[in-house]
Design a protein around this ligand. Structure first.
Ligand code: NAD
Length: 293
C-alpha cells in the first residue's frame, strides 16, 4: 500500500543533503536533517539560508516562503529522531561502507512502512537495499547539484523495489517540482555514467599537458556550449565524489576506460577536494577563483 509522505528525514547535511532539505521544506514537508555533528548541521542550515536568500533576490520565493520553510526544518545527530519519518533520503558521503552502516543503524528506529531512498551518485541500489530490512521499500533518488536549481531526479529501482515505492517517490519528486527519469541499476546510472568519464578525461588532458586549467575549461565552454568547464564542474561536484564515482565505474564495469586519472587521485590524497575545501583545480581563497595549473 502506498503511504502518504508528510515527514521527511535527510541523512547528511552537506551540499546535497542541505539542498534536498531546502526543496522539501519549500514544498511544505516537515524535514529533519541528521549529520554526525552539530557543526556539520549548522553548516548545512547556513547553506539553506544562503540558497533561499539567493532565491528571494531572484524573485523565485518570498521572505514569507523562506520563514515558513525554515520553520519546517529541524536538525539532529540522533537516529531515534528519525523514528516518525515517512520517508528518509540518505545523502551522506559517497562511500559504500558509510552508507551501509547508516542503513543498518537507521532501519531499527524507522516505522515499518517508511520508505528509504539513497541519493548515491553511483553505488548499486540493489546492494544498498540488501542492507536494509525493507528492500521493497528502498530505491535510488538521485538529485542533481545544486538541488534547488536542477530540475532532474534520476529514479533507480533495485531488483527488489516495489512498484508502490517507485510510484510514491515519483509523485514526491513531482511535488518537489522535479522531473524524474528512470535509470536502471547499473554503475553511476545515466547522468554520471556519461558525465564523470568526460570530467576524468578533462583531468587526463590536464595531466598530459594538452592544455592548462583555463584552456580546458574555456575550450569546453566556448566549444561545446557547456555552462561550466569540466574542471570547474569537478571542483563543484567535489573531487572525492568524482573519484568515488570513477572507482565504482571501474570496478563495476571492469573496463580500463574508466581508470581514474592519477592526478585526480593525487588531489584527493592532498585533501584538495574542490570548492568545499577551498582548493581543487581552482583556488577559491580570492573572490575570482584562480586556476592552480
Ligand atoms: P558532502 O561531502 O558535501 O556531504 C556529505 C555529508 O555527509 C557531510 O556533511 C558528512 O558529515 C555527512 N556524513 C558522512 N558520514 C555520515 C554518517 N555516517 N552519518 C551522517 N552523516 C554523515 O557530499 P555531497 O556532495 O553532499 O554528497 C552526498 C551524496 O550525494 C553522495 O552520495 C554523493 O555521491 C551524492 N551526490 C553528490 C552530487 C554532487 O554534485 N556533489 C550530486 C548528486 C549526488
Amino acid at each position: 500500500m502506498a503511504i502518504d509522505i508528510q515527514k521527511i528525514g535527510v541523512i547528511g547535511s552537506g551540499q546535497m543533503g542541505s539542498g534536498i532539505a531546502h526543496v522539501c521544506s519549500l514544498a511544505g514537508y516537515d524535514v529533519r536533517m541528521l549529520d554526525l555533528s552539530e557543526d556539520a548541521l549548522k553548516a548545512g542550515m547556513s547553506k539553506i539560508e544562503k540558497g533561499m536568500v539567493r532565491q528571494i533576490s531572484r524573485n523565485l520565493i518570498t521572505e514569507d516562503d523562506q520563514k515558513t520553510a525554515t520553520a519546517l526544518i529541524s536538525t539532529s545527530t540522533e537516529y531515534a529522531d528519525l523514528g516518525d519519518r515517512d520517508f528518509v533520503v540518505e545523502a551522506a558521503s559517497e562511500d559504500e561502507d558509510v552508507k551501509k552502516a547508516i542503513l543498518k543503524t537507521l532501519c531499527p528506529v524507522l516505522k515499518e512502512d517508511a520508505i528509504i531512498a539513497s541519493n548515491t551518485s553511483s553505488i548499486s541500489i540493489t546492494r544498498l537495499g540488501a542492507q536494509t530490512d525493507r528492500p521493497g521499500k528502498f530505491l535510488g533518488m538521485h538529485f542533481m547539484n545544486p538541488v534547488p536549481r536542477m530540475e532532474l531526479v534520476e529514479l533507480i529501482r533495485g531488483i527488489a523495489t516495489d512498484e508502490d515505492t517507485y510510484s510514491t517517490v515519483r509523485e514526491l519528486a513531482a511535488k518537489l517540482g522535479k522531473r524524474s527519469v528512470n535509470a536502471e541499476d547499473f554503475p553511476a546510472f545515466i547522468v554520471n555514467r556519461i558525465l564523470l568519464p568526460m570530467i576524468n578525461e578533462a583531468i587526463y588532458t590536464l595531466y598530459e599537458g594538452v592544455g592548462s586549467v583555463d584552456a580546458i575549461d574555456t575550450a569546453m565552454k566556448l566549444g561545446t556550449n557547456h555552462p561550466m568547464g569540466p574542471l570547474e564542474l569537478a571542483d563543484f561536484i567535489g573531487l572525492d565524489t568524482c573519484l568515488a564515482v570513477m572507482h565504482v565505474l571501474h570496478d563495476g564495469l571492469a573496463d580500463t576506460k574508466y581508470r581514474p586519472c592519477p592526478l585526480l587521485v593525487k588531489y584527493v590524497e592532498a585533501g584538495w577536494l574542490g570548492r568545499k575545501t577551498g582548493r581543487g583545480f581552482y583556488d577559491y581563497s580570492t573572490e575570482v577563483p584562480v586556476p592552480t595549473r
